[in-house]
Design a protein around this ligand. Sequence first.
Ligand code: ZN
Length: 289
Amino acid sequence: MFRKFSFLKVSFHIVLIFLFTSCALRAQDTKGMANQYVIAPGEVRLVDFPVNSKESKFLCRGSEVKFAQRNGRGLAFVMESYFSNLTSFGCQLIEGSKEIYSINFSVVDKPYKAEQLKVDSKKIKLSPKDELRVAKEQAILNKIYQSSIPDFLFTEAFKQPMDSLITSVYGTRRVYNKQKKGQHLGIDYRAAIGDKVPASNAGKIVYSGDLFYTGWTVIIDHGLDIFSVYGHLSKTLVSDGDIVRRGDIIGLSGNTGRTSGPHLHWGTKVQGQYIDGLVLIDESKKYFK
Ligand SMILES: [Zn+2]
C-alpha cells in the first residue's frame, strides 16, 4: 500500500514538472516568435507589427523598408541578399523619434548547389556593341526598380508561374562554357516554345521588351519594391502600364536571350535583390490566401 502511494506521488510530481516546463517553454517560444526571426541568404520574411501612425518608418540595417498598413498592422517583406556576409541585424519601427517596436534577425548559412552550362559564346564574351547594349538596358532596369508603387497591388499570395518541373532552382552557382562564373538568381521551369506564362501575382507591367540576357522579358511591379521577372519568352502579350491579375497570361515561353534551351526563367526581386521565389510564396501565404 505504502509503495503504491509513493509511486503515485512520484508520478504526480513528474507530471507537474513536465507541465511546468512545457508551459514555460511555450511562453518563451511565443515571445521569441514575435521579435526573433531566422533568415538565410537569398530569403525573405514577412513580418508584421503594430502601427499607429501613417508617418512611421520601418528601418532594417539602418535603411528604410517600405511597408503596407492593413487593419492597424504594418506588413513588410524583409530580405537577406544572396551575397550576405551572414551578419545578424535588427529592424525598428520608428514613430516620431521614438522606437516603438523592434525585430531581430539571425542570419544562417544555406548551401547552394553548383552546375555547368553551355550557352552561345557571344553571350559570354561580349562584343563592344553588346557591352553598350547591356549597359543601356541596366540603366533602364535600375530606373524601373527604383520607382515601385507605394502599396501592395496584390491581395492574394504569390504562386508559381508554371506547375511544370523546375529544371534549375534559385541560387545555383553556375559555370558557363567552362569559363564564366555566375549565380542563377531565379527559378527555371520546363517549358516548350509557345507555352502560356501566367503572372505569379497581381501588379502593374513596368517592362515588356527584349533584353540581352533574358531575351523577351516581362517585369511586373507588385508594389513596395517587390517585382517578378519572366524571361526568355517567345512573345510578350502585355504592354507597359497594364494592370494584371494573378494568373493572367502575360506572354509565351521561348528560347530568347542567354539560354541553353527553351524554358521559363522566373525571377523575384525584393528591395533591389533577387530572392528565392519559393520562399516569397511561402511567406506571402502567412498573411494572404
Ligand atoms: Zn533561369
